[in-house]
Design a protein around this ligand. Structure first.
Ligand code: NDP
Ligand code: OXD
Length: 311
């Protein structure tokens, strides 16, 4: 009897995913049916995007697991109709590689002061040498799959990197901190702050005025994590007062960012439209297929979400 895999993501995605998902599932040797429509009571696995067609899992009576195509799970983790295990996307080859590029690029932009040379209408010949990376304190809040990968790349470029998480980590050449005291230490004197935390009740509004005040004056905030991590009014006030020099924001409380949002027009804010790290169909399909094969073999799922912690 074949297993049934339902692909439940927004319409345009099926054409991108079908060939690569079939290729990845074929490689597992499993006997399977894959499609976008099945009677719910025959579905074994759902390859899932929270902005797709499924929000009520009740009719999926024999569901073995939901494989989320996104790294972030805030839109599904609290869904009480979902009783089956939930795995999220961790894909070193695709999503993680994209995030490392995006974060490194924006850190280097601010570290090197590139803007002053890219837009220089008065042709200022200002020979200010940027500091060496070892003289630049970069702090990453959220030291999981993405935070650690970004930290490693920045460390390898020579930056003075600190990573903060809920449970203490250990990574060579990186100052690792955890807990409330660790957060204060991680923020104190930080010049470039990267947010790679998930959106949970415990992380909402984490970057408030008091915590921004701990950073070095003239610092930079880079947020590819989630919009609710930041108290927006506090961030704007810190930009206006000069406590922060710039914020580069990829994620927002409301997406797309409304046309009248002050972030769009603020001279010290760069808005990118949630593109820091998209899920890449081919490599993500291999992650999904591997997880289905593991479940069928009775092995624990990879990248399992802790529903009580919310990520
Ligand atoms: P992980 O689950 O691997 O890492 C999350 C990290 O945050 C962990 O280190 C975890 O600590 C830490 N954390 C969670 N809650 C707390 C807390 N209350 N206090 C301190 N630390 C906490 O997730 P990923 O690295 O894969 O992804 C991180 C986030 O990036 C996603 O949730 C998503 O919101 C965002 N994202 C954004 C994308 C974009 O394009 N903009 C693309 C992909 C992801 P611990 O290690 O102890 O568990
Ligand atoms: C994700 C995202 O969570 O794209 O994967 O933000």
């Amino acid at each position: 009897m074949p297993i049934t895999v339902l692909f439940a993501a927004p319409d345009g995605r099926w054409a991108q995913y079908e060939p690569v998902l079939r290729e990845a599932l074929d490689a597992t040797g499993l006997d399977y049916r894959l499609g976008t429509r099945f009677a719910p009571d025959i579905v074994d696995y759902i390859v899932y995007a929270p902005n797709g067609p499924v929000s009520d899992f009740t009719p999926f009576t024999r569901l073995k697991a939901v494989l989320n195509l996104w790294a972030g799970v805030e839109a599904v983790v609290g869904n009480e109709t979902l009783k089956a295990p939930l795995a999220r996307m961790v894909d070193e080859e695709g999503l993680t590689a994209g995030m490392v590029q995006w974060v490194t690029g924006h850190v280097l932009r601010h570290h090197l002061g590139m803007d002053a040379h890219i837009v220089n209408p008065d042709h200022v010949w200002d020979a200010v040498t940027p500091p060496l990376p070892g003289e630049r304190k970069v702090t990453i809040l959220g030291f999981g799959a993405l935070g650690q990968a970004c930290a490693t790349a920045l460390r390898d470029l020579g930056f003075d990197v600190t990573g903060w998480s809920r449970s203490l980590k250990s990574l060579p050449g990186i100052r690792c901190l955890a807990g409330e005291d660790g957060l204060t230490e991680a923020l104190t004197g930080a010049e470039i702050l990267v947010l790679l935390l998930p959106d949970t009740p415990a992380t909402e509004n984490l970057l408030d005025a008091d915590r921004i005040a701990l950073m070095a004056r003239g610092g930079f905030v880079i947020n590819p994590g989630r919009g609710p991590l930041i108290v927006d009014a506090a961030l704007l006030a810190a930009l206006d007062s000069g406590q922060l020099a710039h914020a580069t924001l990829d994620v927002f409380r409301v997406e797309p960012l409304p046309a009248d949002d002050p972030y769009w027009s603020h001279p010290k804010v760069t808005v990118t439209p949630h593109i820091a790290a998209d899920t890449r169909p081919a490599s993500a399909s291999r992650v999904v297929a591997e997880n289905i094969a593991r479940a069928e073999a009775g092995e624990p799922l990879l990248h399992l979400v802790d529903r009580s912690a919310g990520y």
